[in-house]
Design a binder for this molecule. Structure first.
Ligand SMILES: [Zn+2]
Length: 336
């Protein structure tokens, strides 16, 4: 799903990057391989990325990126051996192929990314950020915000709906995209997924263009501390919820209270650390619901406990910026 990103979310300051070399030499043009997918005979610009050249339409690029308009406004050397202006890009051909599939309308029927992979999203975001394609950047950061949300209600509702085209390990890449673009609102929930990666959090993963995605050492250290604090917080929430007074409408307060103690005792006796002190941000209530029901805790008490559990989780959610040492403007405002 796509989420509309407020205009204020778009970071205004962007590092000036060495975007491209306009009008590369003829040697680079001759040496690069013609892309099988994007070589339009009537194309009006050639892009060289790595050892691949794409021939597409300058109007299309100018429409999305002011940097291309700028580059193409410079005087161009003439040559008979080149079909049109050539720009050398300091990007991978894989990234450009992903982006061109998105931008060239007649290819869309084949490549509409209903469940885009991390590599696709990463290419869209990184290139859109670099070439100031603001609409595209908002669109795909909006997609990530739909999953790595800053809304507690959305997180507890959609937590298990991880983007279908991605694996949990890709949360590391999402953290890096948030760092690159300055969209801090997705950073806290992306880091919260990272802490569930066990040892993989250290190694990261390799993108299809060969680049290794890992957390920087500050974020890695942050995750170790955060994981410990969050497990402790989850354990406290569970203890508070199980030792609560239950519902004011309970028909058998003493019986329900005993049943709650028995259910909690089962976790302790069986060393069910995963149940007693679960890893992750705002773990689901469902697994406790079954244990309480089988012990005979009444409907009203279970409903009250569920409400209390969520309310305690929301309190932890509000503390996330402090726990992670990351300031996020407007955090926890999404639910009001
Ligand atoms: Zn009860």
């Amino acid at each position: 799903m796509m989420t509309e990103v407020p205009d204020s979310e778009v970071p205004r300051k962007r590092t000036r990057v060495d975007v491209a070399t306009p009008f590369s030499d003829e040697h680079a043009y001759a040496a690069a391989q013609q892309d099988e997918e994007f070589w339009e005979e009537d194309g009006t610009i050639v892009l060289i990325a790595g050892n691949v050249k794409f021939r597409v339409y300058r109007g299309l690029l100018a429409q999305h990126s002011p940097l291309f308009t700028e580059a193409l406004s410079l005087p161009q050397p003439t040559s008979n051996s080149k079909p049109c202006p050539i720009i050398t890009l300091h990007d991978s051909p894989e990234d450009w192929r992903h982006l061109l599939r998105l931008l060239l309308p007649r290819k869309l029927s084949k490549f509409t990314p209903s469940d885009p992979s991390f590599d696709m999203i990463s290419a869209y975001v990184r290139l859109a950020h670099k070439y100031q394609m603001d609409e595209l950047l908002q669109q795909w950061m909006g997609y990530l915000m739909g999953h790595f949300t800053d809304s507690f209600d959305d997180w507890t509702r959609r937590e298990r709906e991880f983007p279908k085209g991605m694996s949990h390990i890709h949360a590391i890449g999402v953290v890096n995209l948030a760092r690159l673009t300055g969209f801090m609102c997705i950073l806290l929930t992306a880091l919260s997924v990272c802490i569930t990666l066990r040892g993989h959090i250290v190694h990261g993963f390799t993108r299809s263009d060969g680049v290794r995605e890992q957390l920087n050492s500050d974020d890695l250290a942050r995750c170790f501390v955060f994981k410990e604090e969050l497990i402790q917080a989850n354990a406290v929430i569970l203890l508070k919820t199980f030792s609560s007074d239950g519902s004011a409408y309970c028909d058998d307060p003493i019986g329900c209270s005993e049943s709650r103690s028995l259910a909690l005792g089962t976790y302790k006796d069986q060393y069910c650390a995963a149940e007693f002190a679960p890893v992750g941000l705002a773990p689901d209530w469902t697994s406790y619901e079954g244990a309480l029901e089988s012990r005979g805790v009444c409907d009203n008490c279970r409903r009250t406990m569920n409400d209390e559990y969520h309310s305690e989780q929301h309190a932890v959610w509000r503390r996330l910026p402090k726990m992670l040492g990351i300031e996020v403007e407007g955090w926890d405002k999404a639910d009001y």
